[in-house]
Design a protein around this ligand. Structure first.
Ligand SMILES: [Zn+2]
Length: 300
């Protein structure tokens, strides 16, 4: 009897130790395992030459949600962020702020610091003719005495040979996370831009939940495509729905692969999630930061 009890006790002790050892191994593995995050190809740095006058319209992804658009010598940046972000960055920015020689305009979709980068734009003020955004973001820029213009949704303005119209956005998520004294955010505080160039139309939707209006715009020739699977963005399913509403339009991937945040959906998009769900997947354009893309008008 006593021998049997001893044997059972021994067995229980052994089992417990095995389980404990297993748990220790698991938690160690969790600590050392770095979660996978998709990254873009190696950056292609550029300088002065990208701002020259050519017979084409060329786009360059700057990383984050930023783009440089050079339309036959008219240079615009959309949501440039080239320095001073408050989270770790995965990429090398393809140009330093101090090396930007001139800009006809900077367009800002909304006030979040991954789009409205004060550290970046402060340095760009000296070489930028005009900043354009919503009425709210304009009020922030006017406080800093930048040469800025605010527009209503649907409003239009010209920058050289380019005309721009503000498209609607639904991104007033701040109201769901109120901080003491926080203002009430309105949908029209954020926008997208339909950018019409002599070589075709580019749509920068900005950050937004999917709206019916987004599915019924005049077909753009390129979309600066945010496919974040975030409830405050299009969501992945919504982004795919939007892509398939314009089944021939090239999708220049944006808002992914730039911030080291494998667990944060607005920044951890993976192009692989698109290929078997987007109609005509050859139009998914995975640019390296800085890589030139020449805009072409779709055949209609
Ligand atoms: Zn964003």
């Amino acid at each position: 009897m006593r021998a049997k009890q001893l044997a059972i006790l021994l067995l229980i002790t052994m089992l417990t130790e095995t389980v404990l050892a297993q748990q220790t191994t698991d938690s160690l593995a969790k600590k050392t395992e770095k979660k996978y995050q998709a990254k873009p190809p190696q950056s292609q740095p550029f300088g002065n030459e990208a701002f020259g006058s050519f017979k084409t319209t060329t786009l360059r992804w700057l990383g984050m949600a930023g783009f440089l658009i050079n339309s036959r010598g008219t240079n615009l940046m959309v949501d440039p962020l080239l320095q001073g972000f408050d989270m770790p960055i995965l990429i090398e920015f393809p140009i330093k702020t101090k090396d930007v020689p001139r800009l006809d305009a900077v367009l800002i979709t909304h006030a979040d610091n991954d789009h409205f980068s004060i550290p970046t734009n402060k340095e760009l003020v000296g070489v930028t003719k005009a900043f354009h955004s919503t009425i709210y973001v304009d009020s922030l820029m006017k406080n800093m005495a930048w040469p800025s213009f605010g527009h209503d949704i649907g409003g239009e303005f010209k920058v050289g040979n380019v005309s721009v119209k503000l498209t609607p956005a639904d991104h007033a998520y701040q109201n769901s996370y109120p901080k003491p004294g926080q203002r009430h955010f309105k949908n029209e505080d954020a926008c997208g831009f339909m950018i019409q160039t002599p070589d075709g139309t580019i749509w920068a939707p900005g950050d937004s939940r999917l709206m019916d209006l987004h599915l019924n715009l005049p077909t753009p020739d390129a979309i600066l495509f945010d496919f974040s699977d975030s409830e405050w963005h299009f969501t992945l399913a919504g982004a795919i729905k939007l892509a398939n509403a314009y089944p021939d339009t090239p999708l220049l991937l944006s808002h992914w692969g730039s911030v080291d945040a494998p667990d944060f959906s607005p920044f951890n998009g993976d192009p692989k999630s698109l290929y078997d769900r987007v109609v005509n997947p050859k139009r998914i354009i995975v640019l390296a930061p800085g890589q030139p893309y020449t805009l072409k008008k779709l055949e209609r």
